[in-house]
Ligand binder design. Sequence first.
Ligand code: 5AD
Ligand code: SF4
Length: 459
Amino acid sequence: MTKPAQEQGKSVFIRTYGCQMNVYDSERMAGLLKPLGYGVADAPEDADLVILNTCHIREKAAEKVYSELGRLKQIKTAKKTAGEELTIAVAGCVAQAEGPEIKARAPQVDITVGPQAYHRLPELLAKAARKDGAVLETDFAVEEKFDRLADRKADGPTAFVTIQEGCDKFCTFCVVPYTRGAEVSRSVDQITDEVRLLAGQGVKEITLLGQNVNAWRHAPPAGDAGDDWGLGELCRHLAKIDGIERLRFTTSHPRDMDDGLIAALGEEEKLMPYLHLPVQAGSDQILKTMNRGHTAEDYLRQIERIRAARPDIAISGDFIVGFPGETDEDFQATLDLVTEVEYASAFSFKYSRRPGTPGSVMQKQVPEALKDERLSLLQALLDVQRRSFNDAQRGRTLPVLFEKTGRHEGQLVGRSPYLQSVHVTAPKSMLGSIAPVKIKGVTPNALAGELDKRREAAA
Ligand code: 5AD
Ligand code: SF4
């Protein structure tokens, strides 16, 4: 038997901040380092290499990285005293946006690598080991990145697959077009191969990822004539892969919800009835200064069409309060839109000024105290909606995909079609399977249920 990598000497600790794209990237980085003999460490103290996979979306997220780097500096110094080494790498969107600043503020960092360049980690590590000075790699070469990524190993019955990266929309509050670059779609064949590989390892549910996932568009696979495919066609294609039971995709832009995708949501049963469709604000004036490219009415009409195609769909959203120029009336328009849509879940944020974005230099910035006030009003409303959506599941029988063991003995935790966590007393042998569960209890963040007895007896 081969020895575990730790015993061969090297291990890596990866801390992930931000969105699901970063979760995917971190997993791929671990996969890339494995052939180099790196096992996974549970804490930075036990590692030879620490990677911070960072997020730049709001100021708070970016600042967290610098405080973590302060802690890592102490560990690095302590290790040095003990005759050991610690290599520190900053990956992700802070690396992309603030490469030179990281170098100046945190000289303990050995490698700075952007989200489109991390496939070069092995070379960068070798370079850092030669001690040529700090290494900075922030090229945009997305195609090359995916070509060079190592095979994937599944970790449980659900998996993320990035199908699209970057953004051409340039909302005036957002750093993504600058950190992740222009919109790029992976090919049908490349995505299909990755999904097949995962299905072969027992994965039942795939979440397709992209900053603008529904802007995904690509020529059909080789041998297929015809126009470019959109996300709807891709989903129908992936649904045919043996073993795949559930498909999700995130994050969608209202402008890219085309007829093909809406039809697929209505017709393809493996597409789960859950859609994350951020609107950010409910006032047309604010949507305009945000450069969203749609009005509140456009968004509501899209929701109507989606619900007509898939009546049980759960809608989730993102909101920003306190964008420059937001008046009380503008904010009320956001509350009105939320009331009209009835969200199953949502994320809401105070506007954060990001250097280099048009919003950061706009007149009429909103005072922090007012942002706080608006955020708590909005969150109170969204909270009521989430609870009432969860409450409505009581008494229903939902198919649940069991993902992991729960905190209590004999308990498993799974997901409903609507992405709710469901706690159930069930044997471990059911991990990775989908079974009907009768919902009996509802807490603010999860559901509790019992296995459908008849089905259990039949199993
Ligand atoms: N300030 C606050 N929230 C932001 N988001 C993006 N940029 C900012 C910003 N500057 C939010 C948006 C987006 C989500 C991922 O983060 O709501 O949909
Ligand atoms: Fe950012 Fe807007 Fe692009 Fe979404 S659509 S990533 S919010 S610029």
